[in-house]
Design a protein around this ligand. Structure first.
Ligand SMILES: Cc1cc2nc3c(=O)[nH]c(=O)nc-3n(C[C@H](O)[C@H](O)[C@H](O)COP(=O)(O)O)c2cc1C
Length: 219
């Protein structure tokens, strides 16, 4: 069927795949979600997924309006999941008021997703400085040029701010005050594996006072 602009209408409702690559059984689970995440991340890397460390971070504003955006996972440990950003950004402001957030790893080519519910806490200055120093010079200058999430008049303004940062910092580029990172401590981590007939496997680790409890959710 044609749309008003003469283009074929996209038949999105009829796009569907049956997921049959793998299953996820209780017996497959590692003792904790970090070991399990490590295993799946290795598999995502091994399968050649493009940026498998790209994750969606969902935050909520004081009116209850959720917002989601991609960021890059830069570390994971038994404490949680780490990412870096501008703390003056929309996400930074929302996390300052309400540290509850969601993470999502959309590993679609593997018919997998990992969902995290947790609380974000700002990383200590030393961790932020160490990571900032490891970034390419262009990214460090870009951090100075961009007051992330603020309105700009046009691209020219950003280009001028970048050039100003370049001449201000000919050698070392210090960490901007508004730049930082977060550790997301998980309360729940779900491992989702697509199965035929929409009978997907969903196994969730939930934090308890005595370690991790796991349960299966209906798909
Ligand atoms: C694949 C991908 C990775 C990204 N990684 C980051 C990141 O690590 N840190 C970051 O601040 N923004 C990153 N961004 C940009 C964010 O999606 C977003 O535009 C920016 O952080 C502003 O979000 P906010 O206005 O909701 O705070 C990334 C975008 C994409 C598509």
């Amino acid at each position: 069927m044609e749309q008003r602009d003469g283009q074929e209408r996209l038949e999105l409702a009829s796009l569907r795949e049956d997921y049959s690559r793998a299953g996820l059984e209780e017996g497959d689970l590692a003792p904790d979600p970090f070991a399990m995440f490590d295993r799946w991340m290795r598999e995502a890397l091994g399968a050649g997924l493009y940026e498998p460390n790209a994750m969606v971070v969902a935050t909520v504003d004081p009116d209850g309006q959720p917002a989601a955006r991609m960021v890059l996972l830069k570390g994971v440990s038994p404490d949680g999941f780490v990412f870096f950003t501008n703390t003056g950004s929309r996400k930074g402001a929302e996390l300052a008021a309400n540290p509850r957030c969601g993470l999502l790893f959309p590993w679609h080519p593997l018919e997998r997703q990992v969902r995290v519910d947790g609380m974000a806490e700002p990383l200590p200055e030393e961790a932020v400085a160490a990571y900032f120093a490891s970034r390419p010079r262009a990214s460090r200058l870009g951090a100075w040029a961009s007051h992330q999430s603020s309105v700009v008049r046009g691209r020219d303004e950003l280009v001028a701010a970048y050039a100003a940062a370049e001449s201000r910092f000919p050698d070392e580029v210090p960490v901007p005050d508004e730049w930082g990172g977060y550790l997301v401590r998980p309360e729940a981590v779900e491992f989702w594996q697509g199965r035929p007939g929409r009978m997907h496997d969903r196994l969730v680790y939930r934090r308890t006072d005595h370690g991790w409890r796991t349960e299966r959710l209906a798909p």
